[in-house]
Design a protein around this ligand. Sequence first.
Ligand SMILES: [Zn+2]
Length: 345
Amino acid sequence: MPARQVAVAEAARPFFVGIDLGGTNTKLGVVDDQGRVVAQHKMPSQIEQGPEAGARRMGEAVRQLLQDLGISAAEVGRVGLGTPGTMDIPAGMLIRPHNLPGWENFPIRDRVSHYCGYPVTFANDAAAAAYGEYWVGSGHRWQSMLLLTLGTGIGGGIVIGQLNIQGAHSHGAECGHIIIDYNETARTCPCGQKGHLEGYASATAVVQRLEEALAQGAETSLRRRVEQGEKLSPLLLAQEAEKGDPFALNMIQETARYLGIGITSLLHTIDPEGVVLGGAMNFGGAESPLGRQFLQWVREEIQRRAFPVVAQNLNLEFASLGGDAGFIGAAGLARIDYRQSRAAL
Ligand SMILES: [Zn+2]
């Protein structure tokens, strides 16, 4: 189900504001107590201006959005902030976020809180997206869920009950770095280690594998498009696969198999009710035959490798909130903290 919308007048109070900070753009939105979107706003992150200026812009955007809606401070429960890692969640610190150069070792939670005037819940962006899908997206019927986001990297989020796995060192649910090849010849992950899933099945890795195959003389209609000056991408790959290019189809199937192998290990670790694939690389998603075929290939690999009872009962779906999952989930995580703080009173 796509994100539901609601007007201020009909919304369930209190409101929560979610912020999804990305390397290029920042999305924020006001969400009501049932996870419905009241309003949202997108702005360039302007990372180059540094973290203090960024925290101020986010804080001011929160206040502006609420003011435009006529929502008073008393009606706001809390603010949630999802950012790329690495981070120290209990300390509210960005540590070394690769997508935010110059933002190292910055106390982002408290600075955003200072500028917006509300307490802030801090989370990994993939964890926030996972909670969004769990709360009001593809996983809304399940009690436990795993999300993998397939983009520049592979993000991961695990939600069990109301518990969002973040780990002792804020590196829990880093599902992109699960090992799928222990050999010395394994591909190198952007994190520097060998054999991690992200080094095989992220959008970046798919493009690398395509470049290698073309350099080795692979026969494919992709070659002509590259020679015409087009850039290799999962989208270009999907277009040629849809036209029936066997190499392109095989490449997508191979990617699905890598994912199936990684997901199998995660299923055997947590046995979740469902697995959701999000991120920009979805080969057309649930609306397209190729997207559904991709999902089927992932499923077949899982069925080959997982305990039958786990594989047969597995719900495997594409994410449904698209780019809204991050801010909705950040708002949802803020809602959990808000409720816990109220219960403690
Ligand atoms: Zn890695």
